[in-house]
Design a protein around this ligand. Structure first.
Ligand code: NAD
Ligand code: UGA
Length: 331
């Protein structure tokens, strides 16, 4: 089924992945409505820079607002078409859209313990439920949700495939899984056409500053040691951001209720990744070893057969090419 005409909505449009997606949708000729509350988990200036291209495009409209506040507000311009979700400012923004990409979340695996869990629960669970209510009320034809490899936790077998029982190891993973389940519920019970995509450790230009490659590149540029958590033998299926964006675009034609991995096909150990980064930068990395952080899984490796079969997903970026691109545009 092709997409009906209408604008695209991107939540998290100012973030790392959401800003790349926004740029791609604009380049493809879509009008894009972006929603982002510019949470302060990293500097606003970075998010402003992420959005600079989109803001210069008249086909882009930014709503700087929290999804939860938009859900609680009445639609502007008098009484909306109904009570509750139907008459909310959020539903008004979504009405008439061809597809809602829901990427907004409090990200980061290791910071999700303790009192910060409340923030994760609010942004990742409550906001997702409110967004799905509003999508239903606004009769949005497609909702695409950014899930995460963190829902798997440590499994006995690799690669990770969608019919394994999820066992998150971090509070963050629990919230991303809850968001996935909410998508499944609104699909099964309310007939909403939802798709959930499990991204595997995404990297590239605009990467969040709490993520490994961003921190490693900064450290090497400044002549500092790279801090690694554990022995460096943990593995990740690193996925270049353009491959993820391609998967997000292809997912517009995914079957209703689909759930699939989006990995990069570049599973390497952290030590190997650091060696590749050192070669790309022409710097000999110096390492400072710290204990494994709570919540980190040992290994990830995406089985992407489901995404290949359902949406013809086929990642193309090698780790060295992707790291070269991240380093070249490092700000
Ligand atoms: P990011 O922090 O760069 O972007 C998230 C954006 O969402 C931020 O700009 C923030 O201000 C916004 N936001 C958060 N809560 C909001 C709310 N309630 N209302 C409006 N805006 C809100 O993060 P990212 O790395 O680009 O991640 C994007 C999505 O992809 C997240 O859902 C994340 O869980 C998922 N994901 C990321 C990775 C990765 O490797 N980066 C991997 C798997 C899944
Ligand atoms: C990433 C994202 O940050 C999450 O938002 C996302 O949900 C997750 O991917 C996912 O795939 O679902 P993570 O794999 O921890 O999480 O990504 P990085 O922060 O880039 O870390 C990669 C590896 O480097 C981990 O083993 C981590 O322990 C290690 N690391 C990270 C270090 O050794 N040192 C650091 O300073 C940072």
């Amino acid at each position: 089924m092709g997409l009906v005409m209408g604008h695209m909505v991107v939540t998290a449009c100012a973030g790392f992945i959401g800003s790349h997606l926004t740029d791609r949708l604009l380049a493809d000729g879509h009008a894009v409505v972006g929603i982002d509350s510019f949470e302060d988990c990293y500097p606003r200036a970075m998010k402003e820079a992420n959005l600079a291209g989109a803001r210069a495009n008249p086909a882009f409209t930014l709503h700087e607002a929290n999804i939860l506040d938009l859900a609680a507000e009445a639609a502007p311009g008098g009484p909306g078409p109904g009570e509750g979700a139907e008459g909310s400012a959020l539903a008004a923004l979504l009405r008439g859209s061809a597809c809602v990409y829901h990427l907004a979340a409090q990200p980061g695996v290791r910071a999700s313990w303790g009192s910060s869990f409340e923030v994760y629960a609010r942004h990742n669970v409550l906001a997702t439920q409110q967004l799905l209510e509003a999508c239903g009320a606004a009769q949005v034809p497609k909702v695409i949700y950014a899930s995460s490899s963190s829902v798997y936790g440590d499994q006995d077998e690799l690669p990770l495939h969608e019919n394994m029982v999820p066992r998150p190891r971090s509070p963050y993973g629990v919230t991303k899984l809850a968001g996935e389940h909410l998508c499944g519920l609104y699909h099964a019970n309310r007939g909403l056409d939802t798709v959930a995509l499990r991204f595997f450790t995404v990297y590239g230009p605009r990467q969040r500053p709490d993520m490994a490659f961003y921190k490693f590149i900064s450290a090497m540029l400044e002549g500092r040691e790279i801090v690694i958590y554990g022995d460096g033998a943990q593995t990740r299926d690193f996925t270049y951001v353009d491959d993820i964006v391609e998967g997000l675009v292809l997912a517009q034609s995914a079957p209703p209720g689909a759930l699939m991995n989006l990995g990069g096909g570049n599973r390497v150990s952290l030590a190997e990744a650091i060696a590749t980064l050192g070669e790309v930068m022409g710097v000999q990395p110096r390492l400072a070893v710290r204990p494994v952080e709570a919540g980190d899984v040992r290994d990830t490796w995406a089985d992407v057969e489901c995404a290949r079969a359902l949406i013809a997903y086929s990642p193309t970026w090698s780790l060295s090419a992707g790291l070269l691109a991240e380093v070249a545009r490092f700000a």
